[in-house]
Every structure is written in structure tokens, then in C-alpha cells.
Design a protein around this ligand. Structure first.
Ligand code: CMP
Length: 140
């Protein structure tokens, strides 16, 4: 089914000048960029976005990392977009990511893994709403 999913190009990949290469992966795979913006997250924004991970040992460093520089957030649209984006990203840990995936090619560590993607329809809805209002999304 046609879906929308939230993608974040994280501070490591933005800093390494990989925005265009990563967006090209999405477009070449047939996912459409229907919303896009760059921003530097506040602590409150980073903590709220990752609220489900609060209490995990990596949570404080995750929040610091996500605030460490600008990110690029996108809404991707397409058939089965949530799963397809996760296939394009590869495993959370780049050491486990299949060759040719975004994380295998652009990430350096599980804590600096280049991209985030929604993991379910419920999280996609929440995460899209977290960053975009309906007037900022251009479905096509
Ligand atoms: P992401 O898909 O953005 O969702 C949560 C993030 O926590 C994850 O990607 C990783 O970048 C980060 N993280 C840091 N350390 C760990 C860890 N040990 N296990 C899982 N995720 C981690």
C-alpha cells in the first residue's frame, strides 16, 4: 500500500557531506521526497523524538549526538515505504548492515549511523507529525 515514512539524515552524514547521496538512494529506489527540511534539534526535540528509548544506557549519548549538528528530515512516500526505507538503510549497526545499504556505505558506528527511519505505521504517523504540519507535506 502507498505509505509515508519519516527519514532523518543524522548529524554525522550531514557533516560528512552525504545529504545528496542519501536522498539519491531514496529517489533511485522510487521513494518520493514529499517534505524536506534542515534543522538543528534542541535537547527537548531530541529527547521527545526518542522518548521510547528513555532509560536505555545509550539514551544520553544518543540525545547529545542528535543535537551535535544539523539534521535533514524528510517524509518519503511510496508503495510499502516504511519497510523499503528500512531495507535501503540496512541494519542499525553499520557493522551488520548489508553491502550497498546506506548505513554500510555512510555510517561509522551504531551511535553514528547516518540515518533514522520509522519502524512501523504507528511510529511513522507520530514521527511525521513531530516534524511537519500538513501544509509542509506535498503528496504526489
Ligand atoms: P535509530 O534508528 O535512530 O533509533 C535509535 C538510535 O539509537 C539508533 O538508531 C542508534 O543510532 C542509537 N543507538 C546508540 N547505541 C545503540 C545501541 N547500543 N543499540 C541500539 N541503538 C543504539
Amino acid at each position: 500500500a502507498e505509505e509515508q515514512t519519516l527519514s532523518i539524515i543524522k548529524p554525522d552524514a550531514v557533516g560528512d557531506n552525504h545529504i545528496g547521496a542519501i536522498v539519491a538512494r531514496f529517489e533511485e529506489a522510487g521513494l518520493k521526497v514529499v517534505a524536506l527540511k534542515m534543522l538543528q534539534l534542541t535537547r527537548a526535540q531530541a529527547e521527545g523524538f526518542y522518548a521510547e528509548h528513555e532509560g536505555r544506557p545509550f539514551f544520553p549519548s544518543l540525545v547529545e549526538f542528535m543535537m551535535s549538528g544539523p539534521v535533514c528530515v524528510q517524509v518519503l512516500q511510496g508503495d510499502n515505504a516504511i519497510v523499503r526505507n528500512r531495507e535501503l538503510m540496512g541494519a542499525t549497526n553499520p557493522e551488520e548492515a548489508e553491502a550497498g545499504t546506506i548505513r554500510a556505505d555512510f555510517a561509522t558506528a551504531v551511535s553514528a549511523n547516518a540515518v533514522h527511519g520509522s519502524d512501523s505505521p504507528e511510529s511513522a504517523a507520530r514521527e511525521i507529525d513531530y516534524f511537519f504540519n500538513s501544509q509542509e507535506i506535498y503528496p504526489r
